[in-house]
Design a protein around this ligand. Structure first.
Ligand code: ADP
Ligand code: MG
Length: 730
């Protein structure tokens, strides 16, 4: 019987799949057609209900019961007209994915009449059982019940599959006692916080600003491989990455994939998921090949953070689903293949006012440039003061394979500022000193203003190695992992930004109260912040060993693994930050920390099990089989009277195979021992550290020997699809 690997390859060669016919709609004709947009709201809601919804989205005000009733009715009418039968509260629990629990509109009345009903209560609140979602110990103390509550700032949408349509209502997810159990609740709080603090600071420059919204444009990297090949790789299916596999003769050395022509089947897949995305109002704009073979990227036009986050979660789901009908498998893992680049999800972030100003874009007048500089320097200060939190916001066992692995940004957080702004910062620092005069202020503002426009030319001078880079009118947080939910890094980034802005305002106000002129006070504190956060700025090659040394000298942290990176959540500084701003209570933060540690343990545990399983089921057996063939061969040669010289190579291979089989088996055994020990540890932090330090290191050794076996064993006998097949066959 031929093995699964060859069946997969054969099915590929014989494939007669019609990939035409996907994605031939004009984008504008379908865009947001499955979203309860403002236009649809206008159409299906009473004037009163429409206004109340718009107002709630704008100001965060509560929607009363009567209005909720009306809105629910309008939503139902809209959805039913589109063939929807069910609705669900759609939320993002701490599993990393999304969750749905579908209910039908259909109800039976007492007299047996069948009706389709969707009322205000069904819209605003549901009570899914929370006991099967990660809660970090919150459940033990309280009830198992959880609540989902409608988030009117993210519009409802219709999820369309071949088998039916469901109306999804974006919601938050909290415990019975009000603790957040999802990614959206803290995000919404952080958005609100940064709004208030940024508006306050804007008022030094522009009294017309009444709202500031953080914006996010993510860039999603992913791999696409043949589904049939993926199905023959249990490690890929169980862990999202290949635990074994020798580097192919041709990898990414030639860099011939980047921006190359997109392979036709993948192109059809892209067209298809893009069209699904358009219907859901996800404004995808860019698509291209990435650096590694079979790696691609897509990116939308940026949106307000909450919507952008929902759209990213939704898109990942859509991409997985659509891949199936193309018989492809999409891999969102940060490092599906050793030896070729991993995948990230750059988070482009900025702050936008309701007066249409991007606060991180250089302005046109001296006054707006001072505003720009204020926000810019506050970002530096925030990243400087809370670098550890930012590092922790992107920590995961998946991302550990990427950060610092000589390709993605390193685990050391620093900010790339760019040449012209570096000069501007230097000038501010040097020119303003001690008490200064109005004359200074005028000169300074003029000089800054003169220099800043050149920034726009600075765009080409990108530093692609930086984990957090200024790119002309936004910051690009590059260290985020491809499978991550953007909500977490965005919650932390916006919280630390808000905290810094609040501090900034306090310090400026103190100077103003002491009699300083407003602009002078602002510049004075800007200068102070530049000095205080200089250490975090780095313009050079972030991948170099020299930077690791330099960073250590500067006292910057370099957490190489998740358990250590997460330690920051146990510090007083973090607890105070989140509690002061009402993002998390101590209890909630502890729970979150616990959940992340537990997730780490579980992931490494699954990998370890799979590693052992494949070793004894897919690596060692074909190796022994091949070795036996060689042994027979040697015996035969001996029998017919040949001397050892004639079968020297065979003997060497036989020995070599034994050596590596022992290498695999011995280390798998040791790993299992280490795992047992780790499992006995009660404390989750200590267990995670044990998995990191005692279990995980065996992976590399086991893999080394297994990959050597792959190289020598007869190709016909090898079960697992090889890298060259997964990365290059189509
Ligand atoms: P690249 O980084 O690959 O060169 P671009 O600079 O074109 O790509 O943009 C990357 C992403 O940044 C896009 O998703 C874009 O919408 C987003 N972006 C642009 N301006 C902003 C902004 N003000 N706020 C947030 N994201 C933005
Ligand atoms: Mg980018």
């Amino acid at each position: 019987m031929s093995n699964l690997r060859f069946q997969a390859i054969k099915s590929l060669t014989n494939r007669q799949q019609d990939i035409r016919g996907y994605g031939d709609h004009r984008v504008t004709a379908i865009f947001a057609s499955n979203v309860f947009t403002q236009k649809a709201q206008r159409e299906y809601l009473s004037d009163e209900a429409y206004k109340s919804l718009i107002n709630s989205v704008k100001t965060g005000s509560k929607i009363d019961r009567r209005m909720a009733e009306q809105i629910a009715n309008g939503m139902k009418a809209w959805a039913m007209e589109k063939g929807v039968t069910h609705f669900t509260h759609w939320f993002q629990p701490l599993t990393g994915g999304t969750a749905e629990k579908h209910d039908s509109f259909f109800t039976l009345k007492g007299d047996g009449t069948a009706l389709e009903i969707f009322d205000g209560d069904a819209l605003t609140q549901q009570e899914p059982d929370a006991s099967s979602f990660p809660n970090g110990g919150i459940r033990a103390t309280f009830e198992a019940r959880g609540y989902t509550a409608w988030d009117p700032t993210s519009p409802s949408f219709i999820l369309e599959t071949a088998y039916g349509k469901t109306m999804c209502i974006p919601t938050i997810f909290i415990s019975y006692s009000g603790e957040s159990l999802d990614t959206k609740t803290p995000l919404l709080k952080a958005i609100d916080l940064v709004n208030k603090s940024a508006v306050d600071v804007c008022h030094y420059f522009d009294k017309n600003v009444t709202r500031v919204s953080p914006t996010l444009g993510w860039e999603q990297e992913y791999f696409v491989i043949e589904e049939s090949l993926a199905n023959a790789r249990p490690d890929l299916l169980a862990t999202g990455r290949t635990l074994y596999g020798h580097t192919p003769a041709k990898g990414q050395q030639l860099d011939d994939h980047y921006f190359g022509a997109i392979p036709e089947r993948v192109f059809a897949y892209m067209q298809d998921f893009e069209q699904e995305a358009y219907k859901l109002g996800i404004p995808l704009r860019t698509r291209h090949n990435e650096v590694a073979p079979s790696q691609f990227e897509c990116a939308p036009i940026f949106e307000e953070v909450n919507i952008a986050v929902d759209h990213n979660s939704l898109l990942m789901e859509v991409m997985n689903r659509v891949a199936k009908r193309h018989q492809l498998k999409v891999l969102m893992h940060e490092k599906p293949f050793a030896g070729v680049n991993g995948s990230g999800k750059h988070n482009n972030w900025s702050l936008a006012t309701d007066t249409g100003v991007n606060l991180l874009a250089p302005g046109k007048t001296p006054r707006t440039n001072l505003m720009f500089l204020t926000f810019f320097v506050n970002v530096l200060k925030a990243v400087h003061d809370y670098a550890d939190l930012l590092r922790a916001s992107i920590a995961s066992s998946n991302n550990d394979h990427r950060l610092g692995a000589n390709e993605a940004p390193p685990a050391i957080i620093s900010v790339y500022v760019g040449k012209y702004l570096t000069d501007v910062l230097k000038e501010v620092e040097e020119r303003v000193s001690g008490k200064f005069t109005e004359q200074d202020e005028v000169i300074l503002k003029m000089d800054i203003h003169k220099n800043i426009p050149e920034l726009l030319l600075d765009n080409t001078d990108r530093n692609r190695t930086s984990p957090f880079a200024f790119t002309g009118n936004k910051f690009e947080f590059r260290a985020v992992g491809s499978s991550a939910n953007c909500a977490w890094p965005m919650t932390i980034l916006n919280t630390i930004m808000a905290d810094t802005l609040i501090q900034f305002k306090k310090e400026v106000d103190a100077l103003i109260e002491a009699g300083e002129k407003k602009e002078i006070a602002v510049i004075h504190i800007i200068r102070k912040y530049i000095t205080e956060s200089k250490n975090i700025c780095f313009e050079g090659d972030n991948y170099s060993e020299a930077w690791a040394q330099e960073a250590a000298k500067r006292g910057l942290n370099n957490f190489k693994d998740t358990p250590r990176a997460l330690d920051v959540f146990a510090t007083d500084k973090a607890k105070k930050l989140f509690e002061n701003h009402d993002i998390f209570t101590h209890h909630e933060l502890e729970a979150r920390h616990e959940i992340m540690l537990e997730e780490y343990v579980k992931k490494v545990q699954i990998e370890a099990r799979m590693m052992g399983y494949l070793a004894s089921n897919s690596i060692v057996p074909p190796s022994i089989q091949y070795q036996n063939t060689l042994v027979q061969n040697v015996k035969g040669l001996k029998e017919i009277g040949l001397t050892i010289d004639t079968f020297r190579s065979q003997l060497e291979i036989i020995e070599n195979i034994s050596k590596h089989i022992n290498g695999v088996s011995d280390n798998v055994e040791k790993m299992i021992e280490a795992r047992k020990k780790a499992n006995e540890i009660e404390d989750m932090h200590a267990r995670a550290v044990a998995y990191c330090d005692e279990v995980k290191p065996y992976f590399e050794t086991i893999r080394y020997h297994a990959d050597k076996l792959e190289l020598v064993v007869d190709d016909k006998l090898w079960n697992l699809p090889k890298y060259r097949e997964m990365l290059f066959l189509r």
